[in-house]
Write a protein that binds this ligand. Structure first.
Ligand SMILES: Cc1cc2nc3c(=O)[nH]c(=O)nc-3n(C[C@H](O)[C@H](O)[C@H](O)COP(=O)(O)OP(=O)(O)OC[C@H]3O[C@@H](n4cnc5c(N)ncnc54)[C@H](O)[C@@H]3O)c2cc1C
Length: 461
Protein backbone atom coordinates (compact mmCIF):
# COMPACT_ATOMS: atom_id res chain seq x y z
CA UNK A 1 0.00 0.00 0.00
CA UNK A 2 1.15 3.55 -0.78
CA UNK A 3 0.49 6.01 2.04
CA UNK A 4 0.48 9.78 2.10
CA UNK A 5 2.50 11.67 4.70
CA UNK A 6 0.87 14.03 7.19
CA UNK A 7 1.43 17.59 5.99
CA UNK A 8 0.61 21.00 7.47
CA UNK A 9 -2.80 20.78 5.78
CA UNK A 10 -3.77 17.58 7.64
CA UNK A 11 -2.36 18.93 10.92
CA UNK A 12 -4.69 21.93 10.52
CA UNK A 13 -7.67 19.65 9.86
CA UNK A 14 -6.80 17.59 12.98
CA UNK A 15 -6.50 20.78 15.07
CA UNK A 16 -9.89 21.81 13.78
CA UNK A 17 -11.40 18.47 14.89
CA UNK A 18 -9.90 18.08 18.39
CA UNK A 19 -8.55 21.56 19.19
CA UNK A 20 -4.85 22.56 19.34
CA UNK A 21 -4.27 21.21 22.85
CA UNK A 22 -5.06 17.57 21.98
CA UNK A 23 -2.57 17.08 19.13
CA UNK A 24 1.22 16.91 19.26
CA UNK A 25 4.19 16.55 16.93
CA UNK A 26 6.70 16.99 19.78
CA UNK A 27 9.68 14.64 19.53
CA UNK A 28 9.29 13.12 23.01
CA UNK A 29 5.59 12.43 22.41
CA UNK A 30 6.34 10.80 19.04
CA UNK A 31 9.14 8.75 20.66
CA UNK A 32 6.80 7.49 23.38
CA UNK A 33 4.29 6.36 20.77
CA UNK A 34 6.87 4.62 18.58
CA UNK A 35 7.51 1.61 20.83
CA UNK A 36 5.79 -0.94 23.03
CA UNK A 37 7.28 -3.43 25.51
CA UNK A 38 8.73 -5.65 22.77
CA UNK A 39 12.11 -5.73 20.99
CA UNK A 40 10.50 -4.74 17.67
CA UNK A 41 12.18 -1.74 16.01
CA UNK A 42 10.82 1.64 16.99
CA UNK A 43 8.96 3.73 14.44
CA UNK A 44 7.67 7.17 15.29
CA UNK A 45 4.25 8.33 14.09
CA UNK A 46 4.01 11.72 12.40
CA UNK A 47 1.43 13.06 14.83
CA UNK A 48 -0.32 11.95 18.02
CA UNK A 49 -3.94 12.92 18.65
CA UNK A 50 -5.94 12.47 21.88
CA UNK A 51 -9.63 12.25 20.90
CA UNK A 52 -12.36 12.29 23.56
CA UNK A 53 -15.47 11.42 21.51
CA UNK A 54 -16.41 8.80 18.90
CA UNK A 55 -17.55 11.66 16.61
CA UNK A 56 -14.02 13.14 16.62
CA UNK A 57 -12.54 9.73 15.76
CA UNK A 58 -15.10 9.40 12.97
CA UNK A 59 -14.01 12.70 11.40
CA UNK A 60 -10.32 11.80 11.75
CA UNK A 61 -10.79 8.39 10.11
CA UNK A 62 -12.87 9.90 7.31
CA UNK A 63 -10.10 12.35 6.52
CA UNK A 64 -7.33 9.71 6.86
CA UNK A 65 -9.25 7.29 4.64
CA UNK A 66 -9.75 9.88 1.90
CA UNK A 67 -6.08 10.87 2.02
CA UNK A 68 -4.63 7.35 2.56
CA UNK A 69 -2.94 8.18 5.88
CA UNK A 70 -2.26 5.28 8.30
CA UNK A 71 -4.00 5.42 11.70
CA UNK A 72 -2.93 3.34 14.70
CA UNK A 73 -5.03 3.19 17.88
CA UNK A 74 -3.09 3.36 21.15
CA UNK A 75 -4.17 2.09 24.58
CA UNK A 76 -1.37 1.97 27.14
CA UNK A 77 1.46 0.67 24.91
CA UNK A 78 2.10 -2.47 27.02
CA UNK A 79 1.92 -4.93 24.11
CA UNK A 80 4.62 -7.54 23.66
CA UNK A 81 4.43 -8.10 19.89
CA UNK A 82 4.75 -4.61 18.43
CA UNK A 83 0.93 -4.44 18.11
CA UNK A 84 0.62 -0.62 18.56
CA UNK A 85 3.89 0.41 16.84
CA UNK A 86 2.92 2.66 13.89
CA UNK A 87 5.19 0.89 11.41
CA UNK A 88 4.00 3.04 8.49
CA UNK A 89 4.04 6.34 10.41
CA UNK A 90 0.89 8.46 10.11
CA UNK A 91 -1.50 9.27 12.96
CA UNK A 92 -1.55 7.63 16.39
CA UNK A 93 -4.91 7.91 18.13
CA UNK A 94 -4.07 7.82 21.83
CA UNK A 95 -7.27 6.86 23.67
CA UNK A 96 -6.01 7.56 27.20
CA UNK A 97 -8.31 10.55 27.68
CA UNK A 98 -11.39 8.45 26.88
CA UNK A 99 -11.14 6.97 30.36
CA UNK A 100 -14.62 7.27 31.85
CA UNK A 101 -16.75 4.64 33.46
CA UNK A 102 -20.06 5.47 31.79
CA UNK A 103 -22.54 3.19 33.56
CA UNK A 104 -22.51 0.44 36.16
CA UNK A 105 -25.46 -1.91 35.73
CA UNK A 106 -25.00 -3.56 39.11
CA UNK A 107 -28.09 -5.75 39.00
CA UNK A 108 -27.19 -7.11 35.57
CA UNK A 109 -23.48 -7.52 36.46
CA UNK A 110 -22.43 -5.28 33.57
CA UNK A 111 -20.37 -2.14 33.08
CA UNK A 112 -20.14 0.31 30.16
CA UNK A 113 -16.77 2.03 29.81
CA UNK A 114 -14.63 4.08 27.46
CA UNK A 115 -11.59 2.29 26.00
CA UNK A 116 -8.93 4.26 27.91
CA UNK A 117 -10.06 2.97 31.31
CA UNK A 118 -7.22 1.04 32.97
CA UNK A 119 -8.55 -2.36 33.99
CA UNK A 120 -6.84 -2.33 37.42
CA UNK A 121 -8.52 1.00 38.24
CA UNK A 122 -11.85 -0.37 36.99
CA UNK A 123 -11.45 -3.39 39.28
CA UNK A 124 -10.73 -1.11 42.26
CA UNK A 125 -13.98 0.72 41.51
CA UNK A 126 -15.87 -2.56 41.06
CA UNK A 127 -14.58 -4.07 44.31
CA UNK A 128 -16.62 -1.46 46.19
CA UNK A 129 -19.69 -3.08 44.62
CA UNK A 130 -18.61 -6.69 45.23
CA UNK A 131 -17.88 -7.23 41.53
CA UNK A 132 -14.84 -7.82 39.31
CA UNK A 133 -13.65 -8.22 35.73
CA UNK A 134 -11.48 -11.37 35.78
CA UNK A 135 -9.08 -11.12 32.77
CA UNK A 136 -5.79 -9.96 34.29
CA UNK A 137 -2.83 -9.37 31.98
CA UNK A 138 -0.71 -8.10 34.87
CA UNK A 139 0.56 -4.97 33.08
CA UNK A 140 -1.31 -1.67 33.41
CA UNK A 141 -3.34 -2.24 30.27
CA UNK A 142 -6.36 -0.29 28.99
CA UNK A 143 -9.71 -1.95 28.34
CA UNK A 144 -9.46 -0.94 24.64
CA UNK A 145 -6.02 -2.57 24.33
CA UNK A 146 -7.23 -5.68 26.15
CA UNK A 147 -10.25 -6.01 23.88
CA UNK A 148 -8.15 -5.40 20.75
CA UNK A 149 -5.54 -8.03 21.75
CA UNK A 150 -8.08 -10.37 23.37
CA UNK A 151 -5.88 -10.30 26.47
CA UNK A 152 -6.17 -12.88 29.19
CA UNK A 153 -3.88 -14.04 31.97
CA UNK A 154 -3.78 -15.95 35.23
CA UNK A 155 -7.56 -16.26 35.72
CA UNK A 156 -8.53 -17.31 32.17
CA UNK A 157 -8.50 -20.93 33.21
CA UNK A 158 -11.66 -20.44 35.29
CA UNK A 159 -13.35 -17.36 33.87
CA UNK A 160 -12.27 -16.95 30.22
CA UNK A 161 -10.42 -14.35 28.11
CA UNK A 162 -11.44 -10.72 27.46
CA UNK A 163 -13.52 -11.78 24.42
CA UNK A 164 -15.72 -13.86 26.70
CA UNK A 165 -16.69 -10.73 28.64
CA UNK A 166 -17.45 -8.32 25.80
CA UNK A 167 -21.21 -7.95 25.33
CA UNK A 168 -21.43 -4.76 23.29
CA UNK A 169 -19.14 -2.30 21.57
CA UNK A 170 -19.25 0.97 19.72
CA UNK A 171 -16.76 0.86 16.84
CA UNK A 172 -15.72 3.56 14.40
CA UNK A 173 -15.02 1.96 11.03
CA UNK A 174 -12.18 3.19 8.77
CA UNK A 175 -14.82 4.96 6.62
CA UNK A 176 -15.82 7.05 9.65
CA UNK A 177 -19.12 5.22 10.12
CA UNK A 178 -20.01 4.59 13.78
CA UNK A 179 -21.60 1.19 14.46
CA UNK A 180 -22.94 -0.58 17.55
CA UNK A 181 -22.46 -4.32 17.86
CA UNK A 182 -23.64 -6.91 20.39
CA UNK A 183 -26.41 -7.03 23.00
CA UNK A 184 -26.87 -6.68 26.76
CA UNK A 185 -28.28 -10.21 26.85
CA UNK A 186 -25.61 -12.64 28.07
CA UNK A 187 -26.53 -15.07 25.30
CA UNK A 188 -27.59 -14.48 21.74
CA UNK A 189 -27.91 -16.44 18.49
CA UNK A 190 -28.67 -13.36 16.46
CA UNK A 191 -26.61 -12.91 13.30
CA UNK A 192 -22.86 -12.92 12.90
CA UNK A 193 -20.95 -12.29 16.14
CA UNK A 194 -19.29 -8.97 15.28
CA UNK A 195 -18.20 -8.43 18.89
CA UNK A 196 -15.96 -11.44 18.52
CA UNK A 197 -14.70 -10.18 15.18
CA UNK A 198 -13.59 -6.79 16.52
CA UNK A 199 -12.26 -8.25 19.78
CA UNK A 200 -8.83 -9.59 18.94
CA UNK A 201 -8.54 -7.58 15.70
CA UNK A 202 -5.63 -5.53 17.08
CA UNK A 203 -6.90 -2.19 15.84
CA UNK A 204 -6.83 -3.34 12.19
CA UNK A 205 -10.59 -3.12 11.54
CA UNK A 206 -11.70 -0.01 13.43
CA UNK A 207 -11.45 1.94 16.67
CA UNK A 208 -13.38 0.72 19.72
CA UNK A 209 -14.83 3.75 21.49
CA UNK A 210 -17.12 2.11 24.05
CA UNK A 211 -17.34 -1.38 25.57
CA UNK A 212 -20.01 -3.10 27.67
CA UNK A 213 -18.46 -5.86 29.75
CA UNK A 214 -19.96 -8.74 31.66
CA UNK A 215 -18.77 -8.94 35.28
CA UNK A 216 -18.69 -11.59 37.99
CA UNK A 217 -19.18 -11.40 41.75
CA UNK A 218 -16.06 -11.13 43.89
CA UNK A 219 -15.27 -14.55 45.35
CA UNK A 220 -16.12 -14.89 49.04
CA UNK A 221 -13.15 -17.09 49.88
CA UNK A 222 -9.67 -17.67 48.46
CA UNK A 223 -7.32 -20.61 48.78
CA UNK A 224 -3.78 -20.63 47.43
CA UNK A 225 -0.90 -23.05 47.29
CA UNK A 226 2.71 -23.16 46.16
CA UNK A 227 3.91 -26.61 45.14
CA UNK A 228 7.51 -27.48 44.28
CA UNK A 229 8.96 -30.42 42.38
CA UNK A 230 12.38 -31.83 41.53
CA UNK A 231 11.62 -31.87 37.80
CA UNK A 232 9.61 -29.67 35.47
CA UNK A 233 8.06 -32.85 34.00
CA UNK A 234 6.57 -33.71 37.43
CA UNK A 235 5.21 -30.16 37.69
CA UNK A 236 3.61 -30.17 34.24
CA UNK A 237 2.17 -33.68 34.65
CA UNK A 238 0.53 -32.37 37.82
CA UNK A 239 -1.02 -29.52 35.81
CA UNK A 240 -2.60 -31.95 33.32
CA UNK A 241 -3.93 -34.13 36.10
CA UNK A 242 -5.42 -31.24 38.07
CA UNK A 243 -7.20 -30.05 34.92
CA UNK A 244 -8.60 -33.54 34.29
CA UNK A 245 -9.64 -34.06 37.92
CA UNK A 246 -12.88 -32.11 37.72
CA UNK A 247 -11.53 -29.34 39.98
CA UNK A 248 -11.86 -25.77 38.77
CA UNK A 249 -8.78 -23.77 39.79
CA UNK A 250 -8.97 -19.99 39.37
CA UNK A 251 -5.29 -19.94 38.46
CA UNK A 252 -2.60 -22.54 37.87
CA UNK A 253 0.78 -21.11 36.98
CA UNK A 254 4.24 -22.55 36.32
CA UNK A 255 7.64 -21.00 37.06
CA UNK A 256 10.70 -23.04 36.08
CA UNK A 257 13.88 -23.14 38.22
CA UNK A 258 15.90 -20.34 36.52
CA UNK A 259 13.03 -17.87 36.92
CA UNK A 260 12.49 -18.88 40.56
CA UNK A 261 16.19 -18.15 41.14
CA UNK A 262 15.85 -14.76 39.49
CA UNK A 263 12.68 -13.81 41.37
CA UNK A 264 14.25 -14.88 44.69
CA UNK A 265 17.06 -12.40 44.06
CA UNK A 266 14.86 -9.64 42.63
CA UNK A 267 12.31 -9.74 45.44
CA UNK A 268 14.50 -11.03 48.24
CA UNK A 269 12.43 -14.20 48.68
CA UNK A 270 13.51 -17.63 49.85
CA UNK A 271 11.65 -20.14 47.68
CA UNK A 272 13.41 -23.45 47.03
CA UNK A 273 14.97 -23.02 43.59
CA UNK A 274 12.92 -25.74 41.91
CA UNK A 275 10.11 -25.92 39.31
CA UNK A 276 7.11 -24.38 41.06
CA UNK A 277 3.35 -24.30 40.61
CA UNK A 278 1.20 -21.46 41.94
CA UNK A 279 -2.40 -22.50 42.48
CA UNK A 280 -5.48 -20.49 43.42
CA UNK A 281 -9.08 -21.49 44.11
CA UNK A 282 -12.13 -19.30 44.59
CA UNK A 283 -15.14 -20.53 46.55
CA UNK A 284 -18.08 -19.72 48.74
CA UNK A 285 -16.86 -21.45 51.94
CA UNK A 286 -13.56 -22.43 53.55
CA UNK A 287 -14.90 -25.95 54.07
CA UNK A 288 -15.35 -26.42 50.31
CA UNK A 289 -11.91 -25.00 49.61
CA UNK A 290 -10.29 -27.29 52.17
CA UNK A 291 -11.82 -30.30 50.41
CA UNK A 292 -10.40 -29.07 47.09
CA UNK A 293 -7.01 -28.55 48.73
CA UNK A 294 -7.01 -32.17 49.92
CA UNK A 295 -7.53 -33.38 46.35
CA UNK A 296 -4.75 -31.07 45.10
CA UNK A 297 -2.37 -32.40 47.76
CA UNK A 298 -3.12 -35.97 46.71
CA UNK A 299 -2.45 -35.24 43.03
CA UNK A 300 0.77 -33.39 43.89
CA UNK A 301 1.97 -36.23 46.13
CA UNK A 302 1.28 -38.73 43.33
CA UNK A 303 3.59 -36.63 41.17
CA UNK A 304 6.41 -36.54 43.73
CA UNK A 305 5.92 -32.97 44.97
CA UNK A 306 8.69 -32.09 47.41
CA UNK A 307 7.06 -29.10 49.13
CA UNK A 308 3.49 -27.84 49.46
CA UNK A 309 2.62 -24.61 51.23
CA UNK A 310 -1.01 -23.52 51.32
CA UNK A 311 -3.22 -20.93 52.93
CA UNK A 312 -6.83 -19.77 53.06
CA UNK A 313 -7.95 -16.14 52.75
CA UNK A 314 -7.04 -13.17 50.59
CA UNK A 315 -3.97 -12.17 52.62
CA UNK A 316 -2.51 -15.65 52.52
CA UNK A 317 -3.16 -15.77 48.78
CA UNK A 318 -1.30 -12.49 48.25
CA UNK A 319 1.63 -13.66 50.40
CA UNK A 320 1.97 -17.00 48.61
CA UNK A 321 1.64 -15.44 45.15
CA UNK A 322 4.22 -12.70 45.73
CA UNK A 323 6.84 -14.50 43.60
CA UNK A 324 4.54 -14.94 40.58
CA UNK A 325 4.29 -11.24 39.78
CA UNK A 326 6.97 -8.98 38.22
CA UNK A 327 8.61 -11.90 36.38
CA UNK A 328 9.10 -9.74 33.25
CA UNK A 329 10.65 -6.95 35.37
CA UNK A 330 12.97 -9.41 37.15
CA UNK A 331 14.28 -10.67 33.79
CA UNK A 332 14.65 -7.13 32.42
CA UNK A 333 16.50 -5.74 35.45
CA UNK A 334 18.89 -8.69 35.59
CA UNK A 335 19.81 -8.53 31.89
CA UNK A 336 20.50 -4.93 30.96
CA UNK A 337 21.06 -4.40 27.24
CA UNK A 338 19.28 -7.65 26.33
CA UNK A 339 15.92 -7.87 24.59
CA UNK A 340 13.46 -10.72 25.06
CA UNK A 341 11.84 -12.58 22.20
CA UNK A 342 8.58 -13.54 23.89
CA UNK A 343 7.00 -16.96 23.36
CA UNK A 344 3.24 -17.14 23.97
CA UNK A 345 2.29 -20.58 22.62
CA UNK A 346 -0.81 -22.37 23.88
CA UNK A 347 -1.46 -26.08 23.37
CA UNK A 348 -4.12 -28.61 24.41
CA UNK A 349 -3.50 -29.43 28.07
CA UNK A 350 -2.38 -33.05 27.46
CA UNK A 351 0.46 -31.70 25.29
CA UNK A 352 1.68 -29.15 27.87
CA UNK A 353 4.36 -31.37 29.49
CA UNK A 354 5.87 -32.17 26.07
CA UNK A 355 5.62 -28.52 25.01
CA UNK A 356 7.62 -27.31 28.01
CA UNK A 357 10.22 -30.07 27.70
CA UNK A 358 10.68 -29.60 23.94
CA UNK A 359 11.04 -25.82 24.34
CA UNK A 360 13.77 -26.20 26.92
CA UNK A 361 15.59 -28.66 24.69
CA UNK A 362 15.45 -26.18 21.81
CA UNK A 363 17.12 -23.51 23.98
CA UNK A 364 19.89 -25.96 24.88
CA UNK A 365 20.41 -27.04 21.27
CA UNK A 366 20.61 -23.43 20.07
CA UNK A 367 22.82 -22.38 22.98
CA UNK A 368 20.55 -19.46 23.93
CA UNK A 369 19.35 -18.29 27.33
CA UNK A 370 15.62 -18.28 28.10
CA UNK A 371 13.20 -18.36 30.98
CA UNK A 372 10.05 -20.52 31.02
CA UNK A 373 6.87 -19.69 32.91
CA UNK A 374 3.22 -19.43 32.04
CA UNK A 375 -0.47 -19.87 32.54
CA UNK A 376 -0.01 -23.63 32.70
CA UNK A 377 -3.64 -24.51 33.42
CA UNK A 378 -4.65 -22.94 30.08
CA UNK A 379 -1.82 -24.73 28.26
CA UNK A 380 -0.15 -21.33 27.76
CA UNK A 381 3.66 -21.31 27.84
CA UNK A 382 5.63 -18.08 28.00
CA UNK A 383 9.34 -17.98 27.41
CA UNK A 384 11.56 -14.95 27.26
CA UNK A 385 14.54 -15.82 25.06
CA UNK A 386 17.28 -13.27 25.53
CA UNK A 387 19.64 -11.72 23.04
CA UNK A 388 20.92 -8.46 21.61
CA UNK A 389 19.14 -7.73 18.31
CA UNK A 390 22.12 -5.72 17.00
CA UNK A 391 24.37 -8.80 17.34
CA UNK A 392 23.14 -10.47 14.18
CA UNK A 393 24.49 -14.02 14.61
CA UNK A 394 23.32 -14.21 18.23
CA UNK A 395 19.87 -12.81 17.43
CA UNK A 396 19.53 -15.21 14.51
CA UNK A 397 19.84 -18.11 16.98
CA UNK A 398 17.24 -16.52 19.28
CA UNK A 399 14.86 -16.26 16.34
CA UNK A 400 15.53 -19.80 15.18
CA UNK A 401 14.80 -21.06 18.70
CA UNK A 402 11.56 -19.04 18.75
CA UNK A 403 10.50 -20.45 15.37
CA UNK A 404 11.16 -24.03 16.39
CA UNK A 405 9.21 -23.64 19.63
CA UNK A 406 6.20 -22.07 17.90
CA UNK A 407 6.31 -24.68 15.11
CA UNK A 408 6.23 -27.43 17.73
CA UNK A 409 3.16 -25.80 19.35
CA UNK A 410 1.43 -25.81 15.94
CA UNK A 411 2.34 -29.48 15.46
CA UNK A 412 0.62 -30.09 18.82
CA UNK A 413 -2.53 -28.47 17.34
CA UNK A 414 -1.93 -25.34 19.38
CA UNK A 415 -1.50 -21.65 18.56
CA UNK A 416 1.39 -19.21 18.08
CA UNK A 417 -0.21 -16.79 20.51
CA UNK A 418 -2.48 -17.52 23.44
CA UNK A 419 -2.94 -13.91 24.51
CA UNK A 420 -0.46 -11.33 23.17
CA UNK A 421 -1.82 -11.19 19.61
CA UNK A 422 -0.01 -11.51 16.28
CA UNK A 423 1.27 -7.92 16.05
CA UNK A 424 4.46 -7.91 14.01
CA UNK A 425 6.29 -10.82 15.62
CA UNK A 426 3.97 -13.73 14.95
CA UNK A 427 2.81 -12.81 11.39
CA UNK A 428 5.09 -15.44 9.86
CA UNK A 429 3.08 -18.23 11.54
CA UNK A 430 -0.37 -17.14 10.27
CA UNK A 431 -0.40 -19.36 7.14
CA UNK A 432 0.94 -22.38 9.03
CA UNK A 433 -1.65 -21.99 11.78
CA UNK A 434 -4.72 -21.02 9.76
CA UNK A 435 -4.10 -22.37 6.23
CA UNK A 436 -6.56 -21.11 3.64
CA UNK A 437 -8.73 -19.33 6.22
CA UNK A 438 -6.13 -16.52 6.22
CA UNK A 439 -7.64 -15.64 2.81
CA UNK A 440 -11.06 -15.15 4.44
CA UNK A 441 -9.49 -12.98 7.16
CA UNK A 442 -7.85 -10.83 4.47
CA UNK A 443 -11.19 -10.51 2.64
CA UNK A 444 -12.82 -9.25 5.85
CA UNK A 445 -9.98 -6.74 6.27
CA UNK A 446 -10.40 -5.55 2.66
CA UNK A 447 -14.17 -5.22 3.06
CA UNK A 448 -13.93 -3.04 6.17
CA UNK A 449 -10.69 -1.24 5.37
CA UNK A 450 -10.21 -1.23 1.58
CA UNK A 451 -7.47 1.41 1.75
CA UNK A 452 -5.57 -0.43 4.47
CA UNK A 453 -5.28 2.60 6.76
CA UNK A 454 -6.01 0.85 10.09
CA UNK A 455 -2.83 -0.23 11.91
CA UNK A 456 -1.07 -1.42 8.73
CA UNK A 457 1.72 -4.01 8.92
CA UNK A 458 0.04 -6.05 11.66
CA UNK A 459 -1.42 -9.59 11.64
CA UNK A 460 -0.71 -10.14 7.90
CA UNK A 461 2.74 -10.08 6.24
C1 LIG B 1 4.91 -7.25 32.12
C2 LIG B 1 3.85 -7.58 31.13
C3 LIG B 1 3.04 -8.68 31.37
C4 LIG B 1 2.02 -8.99 30.47
N1 LIG B 1 1.24 -10.07 30.74
C5 LIG B 1 0.19 -10.34 29.92
C6 LIG B 1 -0.71 -11.41 30.23
O1 LIG B 1 -0.56 -12.13 31.22
N2 LIG B 1 -1.75 -11.60 29.40
C7 LIG B 1 -1.97 -10.82 28.29
O2 LIG B 1 -2.95 -11.02 27.59
N3 LIG B 1 -1.12 -9.83 27.97
C8 LIG B 1 -0.05 -9.56 28.75
N4 LIG B 1 0.78 -8.52 28.44
C9 LIG B 1 0.59 -7.77 27.17
C10 LIG B 1 -0.29 -6.53 27.24
O3 LIG B 1 -0.38 -6.00 28.53
C11 LIG B 1 -1.70 -6.84 26.71
O4 LIG B 1 -1.64 -7.26 25.36
C12 LIG B 1 -2.67 -5.65 26.79
O5 LIG B 1 -3.94 -6.07 26.38
C13 LIG B 1 -2.27 -4.45 25.95
O6 LIG B 1 -3.11 -3.37 26.33
P1 LIG B 1 -2.69 -1.85 26.10
O7 LIG B 1 -3.76 -1.00 26.67
O8 LIG B 1 -1.31 -1.61 26.58
O9 LIG B 1 -2.77 -1.78 24.53
P2 LIG B 1 -1.72 -1.27 23.46
O10 LIG B 1 -0.44 -2.01 23.61
O11 LIG B 1 -1.65 0.21 23.49
O12 LIG B 1 -2.44 -1.71 22.11
C14 LIG B 1 -2.70 -3.06 21.85
C15 LIG B 1 -3.36 -3.21 20.49
O13 LIG B 1 -4.69 -2.75 20.58
C16 LIG B 1 -4.94 -1.71 19.64
N5 LIG B 1 -5.86 -0.82 20.33
C17 LIG B 1 -5.67 -0.17 21.50
N6 LIG B 1 -6.79 0.50 21.85
C18 LIG B 1 -7.70 0.27 20.87
C19 LIG B 1 -9.04 0.69 20.65
N7 LIG B 1 -9.69 1.47 21.50
N8 LIG B 1 -9.66 0.29 19.52
C20 LIG B 1 -9.04 -0.52 18.63
N9 LIG B 1 -7.77 -0.95 18.80
C21 LIG B 1 -7.12 -0.57 19.91
C22 LIG B 1 -3.58 -1.16 19.30
O14 LIG B 1 -3.55 -0.60 18.02
C23 LIG B 1 -2.73 -2.41 19.38
O15 LIG B 1 -2.82 -3.15 18.18
C24 LIG B 1 1.81 -8.19 29.31
C25 LIG B 1 2.64 -7.08 29.09
C26 LIG B 1 3.64 -6.78 29.97
C27 LIG B 1 4.50 -5.58 29.71
Amino acid sequence: MEYQRVTGEELNILRGIVGPERISTGESVLDLHGKDESFHPRRKPEVVVWPVRAEEISQILKMANEKRIPVTPWGAGTSLEGNPIPVCGGIVLDLQQMNHILELMEEDLQIRVEPGVIYKEMNQFLSRHGLFFPPDPGASASIGGMVANNASGVRTIKYGATKDFVLKMVVVLPSGEIIRVGTNAVKSSSGYDLCRLFAGSEGTLGVVTEVTLRLVGLPAEFMAAIVQFNSVRDATNTVSQIMRSGLSPAALELLDTPIVQLVNRYKNLSLDEKPTLFIEFHGTSTAGLKEELDVIKEICADNRAIRIESGIGREERNRLWEARYDVHEAIKVNHPGHSPLVIDTAVPISKYPDMVERSQKVLEEKGVKGFAFGHAGSGNLHMEILGIPEKEAEWQKVQEAGEEIVSYALECKGTATGEHGIGIGKRKFMAKEHGSSVKVMKQIKELLDPNGIMNPGKIFE
